[in-house]
Write a protein that binds this ligand. Sequence first.
Ligand code: ADP
Ligand code: MG
Length: 327
Amino acid sequence: MNEFELIARYFARPVDAPWVAQAGGDDCALLAFGDRLLAITSDLLLEGRHFLHAVDPAALGHKALAVNLSDLAAAGATPRCFLLALALPRVDPAWLEAFSAGLYALADAHGCALVGGDTTRAPRLETRDGPLTICITALGEVPAGRAHGRRGARPGDDLWVSGTLGDAALALRHLTGTLQLDAAALAALRPRLERPCPRVALGTALRGLASACMDVSDGLVGDAGHIAARSGVQLVIEAAAVPLGAVLAAQPAGLGLVCALTGGDDYELLFTAPAGQRAAVQTAAAAAATPVTRIGSVAVGVGVIVVDANGQVMDTGPGGYDHFTVP
Ligand code: ADP
Ligand code: MG
């Protein structure tokens, strides 16, 4: 049972409440209040799973909120406030000072207020203290009828992504010892892993333009599958069009593409829009000061395919994209 099967089996009961406009299965839940929608999302960061023990606490404070603001951006919502739940293995004033500074810096940049939460001591386990656990629930606002979600992509639409992909995944490979980057490359990529920039301005600029939208946090191909499934379409990704930053483009033998297609922690927006809106999408992206790239299209069918420069479907083998290992 994977994560999504587990949720579908145990935690996806149909919701029948007139104020719930969108329940699970999307980046945010949506509650209807008159002419406003309240967008809500929650993300848990667990030491040892989502971040490394030695991570800079200011960066961690930033990231804990950034991943939630990224889900609000996916819905086209304007961030309003958030709740912070912490399980701390120890009380370390210097660590807390830095963590809260990183958290508040991003919150202030988005006018998003900390309005509550919960704090507890992580239990002492046999050999060491329990893992540091950070859970943020963020709330945002969208005018009724203007939110976008994973449903809504139509055959013939363009497929777009913001920024560049795979940078965080390559930095993580260095930090976990899978490969060695030089100092300049690491300095360029590390902020992409540790201080992702939630695409809030783009998310709101795409209101009324994007037919579907989500944030890419678990790898482009896998996440694209969520839009394909929810919209009942096939997404066609053109490998040569996937935007790579300079460091990834310089990697040997397709490693950059592997990171961009399958690596996690990008926090870019993946969205579809009618082909007739190409110029409008570029105008919206420019207004949001966020680069966007058209990386493919929406077709009749199911799932996600990646095609090469000749339009040939890249062989994914029986294991799907799992075969995209480091060459
Ligand atoms: P994201 O990466 O955008 O935060 P996830 O992949 O974590 O989304 O979750 C997928 C969907 O499942 C979301 O709609 C989320 O709200 C829902 N979900 C995740 N965990 C639970 C849970 N324990 N109970 C109910 N819904 C859940
Ligand atoms: Mg998301």
